[in-house]
Write a protein that binds this ligand. Structure first.
Ligand SMILES: [Zn+2]
Length: 369
């Protein structure tokens, strides 16, 4: 029996855990946050985390978080813990999944379940990192029709990493994969003399902060290079619980990540398994069919995905001039801090709410016409 670690939040009894098992038998997490006023007619925002993160990154009790802001702006937030969540045990196991499974099962089936529950209310999505990449593949496959608007943070259809991360992913990643099944983020679970302590020793090189869990995320992104946040943007409480927020990285996911990065586009991985035929080989080729307003968001100092989303915007505009797509860059932000930063409510979430509000304007205009 798969257990789901309880959500860490300060929302009291307004948090509803919705039992949700994907059709391939994988138990996932789905959480609805009820508005304090008890309203049941609000537009819904589904929020997707990145790989090894979880819904926890949107409900940080120590800061004004995305769920707080969406509630105050008149939305009903829903949070999906897809199979790459650290609230679930799959990243630590030997049963492998690829992003194809997330795009084919987790996201479309969560969207279907939510639509059943909300009966015709508007549904919008805010997605982070690899959650956004998987969403792009679901959208390209036509598996999540009828979304009123989509925000993708950090990366979406066109991933691009630094040359160092690329090299590690292609060569170092192969070495890592032969030695380890996964790389933990929590140093306490590693111990000084385990095989993993070598990775922590390596990522500490040149680090200004002494916290090993911070180093593996900030100084060297699990040993593949890059940096996942701007250090000064985190609240001290968040900084000290990074190991709760970001879990183990499974090495067996790297081949799919590598093929995506090599192509600089979101790709299906499983080519010889009929179950995945519903997914297109290359999501970018199907993006013209999205029919959903799209906001691509990135910190100006994202040192993991760099300018992937700016590139994505330019590529989409060139290929599909009619597409409703915009790029918003937040000065002084890296990657994760766009959601977990202590001032993200001031610096980032306003852009998200403005866009979501705007996505709903045409419907209001039609009513008044
Ligand atoms: Zn630190």
């Amino acid at each position: 029996m798969t257990t789901l670690r309880p959500l860490h939040h300060a929302l009291g009894d307004r948090v509803e855990d919705i039992p949700f098992t994907a059709s391939d038998g994988t138990r996932l997490g789905l959480t609805r946050v009820a508005p304090a006023d008890g309203s049941t007619d609000r537009p819904v925002v589904l929020i997707l985390h990145g790989l090894t993160a979880s819904a926890d990154m949107f409900t940080l009790p120590e800061t004004r978080n995305l769920v707080d802001v969406l509630l105050d702006a008149g939305y009903e937030p829903w949070l999906l813990d897809w199979r790459g969540s650290c609230r679930l045990p799959y990243n630590e196991g030997r049963v492998r999944y690829t992003f194809d499974d997330v795009a084919l099962y987790d996201i479309p089936e969560a969207v279907s379940l939510i639509k059943e529950r909300i009966e015709g209310r508007e549904l919008l999505v805010v997605a982070h990192c690899i959650g956004a990449m998987c969403l792009s593949l679901s959208m390209a496959a036509g598996l999540v029709p009828g979304l009123s608007g989509v925000v993708a943070q950090g990366v979406f259809l066109t991933p691009k990493m630094s040359w160092k991360t690329r090299a590690r992913l292609h060569f170092g990643g192969e070495l890592l994969r032969s030695r380890f099944v996964n790389i933990p983020t929590d140093f306490k679970k590693v111990g000084m003399w385990s095989k993993h302590s070598l990775i922590f020793a390596e990522v500490s090189l040149g680090a200004e902060c002494k916290d090993p869990n911070c180093q593996i995320l900030h100084n060297d992104s699990w040993g593949v290079g890059g940096s996942l946040f701007e250090h000064d943007n985190l609240d001290d409480v968040t900084h000290d619980r990074l190991a709760d927020l970001y879990g183990t990285v499974p090495m067996w996911i790297l081949p799919h990540l590598r093929s995506i990065e090599l192509a600089h586009t979101m790709m299906r991985y499983n080519d010889n398994d009929g179950r995945y035929d519903a997914l297109p080989k290359n999501a970018l080729d199907e993006a013209g069919s999205f029919g959903t307003p799209l906001m691509l968001l990135s910190g100006s100092d994202n040192r993991f995905w760099y300018d992937s989303n700016e590139i994505c915007h330019d590529v989409l505009k060139r290929r599909y001039p009619e597409m409703d797509v915009r790029y918003v860059e937040v000065p002084g932000y890296g990657h994760l801090d766009a959601f977990i930063g202590r001032n993200a409510a001031l610096d980032v979430f306003g852009h998200i709410v403005d866009f979501l509000d705007e996505c709903r304007v045409p419907a209001a205009d039609e009513l008044h016409a």
